[in-house]
Design a protein around this ligand. Sequence first.
Ligand SMILES: Cc1cc2nc3c(=O)[nH]c(=O)nc-3n(C[C@H](O)[C@H](O)[C@H](O)COP(=O)(O)OP(=O)(O)OC[C@H]3O[C@@H](n4cnc5c(N)ncnc54)[C@H](O)[C@@H]3O)c2cc1C
Length: 548
Amino acid sequence: MLLTVDDDVNVSRAVARDLRRRYGGSWRIVRAESGSQALEALREIKLRGGEVAVILADYRMPGMNGIEFLEQAMDLFPAARRVLLTAYADTNAAIDAINVIDLDHYLLKPWDPPEEKLYPVLDALLEAWRAADRQPVAETRVVGHRWSARSYEVRDFLARNHVPYRWYLADEPEGERLLAAAGAEPDSIPCVITTDGTALVNPSDVELANQVGLATAPAGDFYDLIVVGGGPAGLGAAVYGASEGLRTLLVERHATGGQAGQSSRIENYLGFPDGVSGSQLTDRARRQALKFGAELLTTADAVALETAGPARRLVLGDGGRIDAHAVILATGVSYRQLNAPGLGDLTGQGVFYGSALTEAPSCSGEDVYIVGGANSAGQAAMYFARHARSVTMLVRGSGLEASMSHYLIEQIAAVANITVRTCTEVVSAHGTDHLEGLVLRDSSTGQTEKVDTHWLFVFIGAAPRTDWLDGVVTRDEHGFVLAGPDLIVDGRRPAGWAPDRDPYHLESSLPGVFVAGDARAESVKRVASAVGEGAMAVALVHRYLAGR
Ligand SMILES: Cc1cc2nc3c(=O)[nH]c(=O)nc-3n(C[C@H](O)[C@H](O)[C@H](O)COP(=O)(O)OP(=O)(O)OC[C@H]3O[C@@H](n4cnc5c(N)ncnc54)[C@H](O)[C@@H]3O)c2cc1C
């Protein structure tokens, strides 16, 4: 069903008429003239087992405004797409609503003609609803042990790929029942039972991706543009590439979203004054890329880049080869490992790199330790503080000022259960099948101390993932890819450079191969700049193609 609510009877009728004209054949259109009347209608639909795909609510309604109504409607139909109808003067309210109720769209009234201003928006929302939210929610089930590293990886993979799942402990009754029904032994974990009832015992990421409907192999063997990496830079490139008519393939090794997908709250991205979760932001970008026709592969690891005549060839981990006119490298960076005795064996069993947001509920009432003093560590501290009894930040330096944004330092100072321990290092970690304790050293006094904890999250900087490009494109001493003016040394172009021009701004030492985002040497490590570079790289791809 599509539901529309507007207190102005004439407007309400007009909206319903426009909706019926286009969607009346396949959808039931429900009309209400106040927030409370609309809520009553939604409750009735719920009880009868109906489904609501899109709700369009007027903002200015007496008693209950559109945002208040949509907030309550979300409780009944969380998957329904939400549209606010506004007059010009209310645009600010609508923008606020994007954050408060995760609004999908706002439409300015009156729209004329609906073919241009209303239907394209609703078509896209209905398509997104059909594609994503109509899948049975939370029916994929994962049975595993709390401290099994692979159980954690499977849950992390599903969560980061936006596949809803339910988690069952193998030693609890329902977990035991599911394992028995799947014909699996109690230690055959993790066991994933997909929505169609298929049981997968300790599946690989590729098996998992295929079973939950994620594409893992390309549909074609030649593209205009291949983008490697599905973080903000890669998603930006995919959106702009596909929307500008390039046959675009995005190749992602793990899950779209990249580092940003792990951020619990991005507060400095333009247009989101109240912050936005990285997962929400990048999921929207993913859907946007798909909408424009980009092809997205998951669990596809790029392992080599070659030239094939005028084309560029990408080799995948499974041996597959794909050619394209141009390639954008958007492979970002990955977390550095913390070296201390005991940590390696306990990774995934209490020791985690990055936010591991899926673990937050399990930290409820416990003492959590976070290593790092930059923004990512600060955000994680704020996030875990909502669940944990205490959060202790272990910072090697003498303060946070040099490494963390001022706003975040202030937020942390205001949270009672976060403690910041400066001049502190992890000396070792202890535990048999999971983390049980840490030894910490105060570098200013040299004193060590043992603390009991099951949770350590590490954020100590990151390194690029570009070894596979060795000898193909020029990189700096840390592995970041050099591009554009950075390739010109003493007025000379890079060795082997054939074109009769300098490399374009984001172009690497191999013509037609561009780099965007954190993987580029001297890049600004920010979501906004990554997205911007993704878009800019596409513009340069056009220039490259035109000049060949
Ligand atoms: C916890 C956290 C919080 C953050 N908070 C903020 C913030 O508040 N504001 C802000 O502006 N920035 C923030 N950042 C930084 C921001 O997320 C990064 O600058 C941004 O994500 C960089 O985007 P990217 O696309 O260049 O790379 P990434 O986001 O690193 O994405 C790279 C992608 O490439 C994939 N990949 C790598 N190698 C291969 C390969 N060979 N084959 C296939 N795929 C590959 C990876 O799996 C990954 O998905 C945060 C980072 C973290 C970790």
